[in-house]
Design a protein around this ligand. Structure first.
Ligand SMILES: [Zn+2]
Length: 240
């Protein structure tokens, strides 16, 4: 989200990020003020995105949807209090449907959505649930894409970038549960993109190397901006 790795950040502790993420950068651009939002299952994101400084609303963890709520939103508030998740801070479906309600009402220009249950189920070694969570998220993405294509504000001018923050152990198969510096071959991640300027290539087989630090600038460029945050950041990827 910042286009570079900050080596001072070496834990999942809830410290406000000193760095300006691409979301904060976009939220300060003309026409984008108040049009950037984030919904996440993991409750560290208000710190990563630095909610109060950035002005980007971040609904995360078991956080009530506040303000004047729709019928759907008050049901989601009841669900997240009365039906706690055994895996993550909250069920990914609460994160998804809260985000969808927000999209319907506020029509954001940039939305960051982050799910967590695949990671948590994998850490617990629950392979069946892990696959179920991945498949469920696929369904959320499809549902949101179809919704966007049905809305004039979004149809044929919306891009989704779908990726993951880390891989999982692959070389030693039993280490699929985990990731981190001590786990072999978890450094590889995948990325998928769909949008009006992206040709449908299926799984890309051409050789080459892309890096996670290119994602922030790629997002900014798609919207016609050059993202800067005072650090050397990864170049945008060519997605066409
Ligand atoms: Zn993890």
């Amino acid at each position: 989200m910042t286009g570079f790795p900050d080596e001072e950040i070496d834990s999942n502790n809830k410290n406000y990020n000193k760095n300006v993420t691409v979301l904060e950068f976009l939220n300060k651009q003309k026409g984008y003020e108040g049009k950037v939002a984030a919904f996440t299952s993991w409750d560290v994101f208000p710190y990563i995105i630095n909610e109060s400084r950035s002005g980007v609303p971040v609904n995360s963890g078991v956080e009530m949807i506040s303000g004047k709520t729709t019928e759907g939103e008050s049901l989601l508030n009841d669900i997240q209090t009365l039906y706690p998740s055994l895996a993550s801070s909250r069920h990914d479906f609460v994160t998804y449907f809260a985000a969808k309600e927000y999209v319907k009402q506020h029509k954001p220009k940039v939305l960051f959505l982050s799910f967590d249950e695949t990671d948590e189920f994998a850490h617990q070694g629950k392979y069946r649930e892990y696959l179920y969570a991945a498949n469920t998220v696929d369904g959320f993405i499809k549902n949101l894409w179809e919704y966007c294509q049905s809305q004039p504000e979004y149809a044929n001018k919306t891009t989704f970038i779908i990726t993951t923050d880390h891989g999982r152990g692959d070389e030693i198969k039993d280490e699929w549960r985990s990731h981190g510096q001590k786990i072999k071959d978890c450094r590889s991640i995948w990325l998928a993109a769909i949008g009006p300027n992206i040709s449908a290539k299926g799984e890309v087989k051409t050789s080459g190397q892309l890096y996670q630090n290119q994602i922030a600038q790629t997002i900014a460029n798609l919207l016609g901006f050059k993202y800067e945050n005072g650090h050397e950041i990864g170049e945008a990827m060519g997605l066409d």
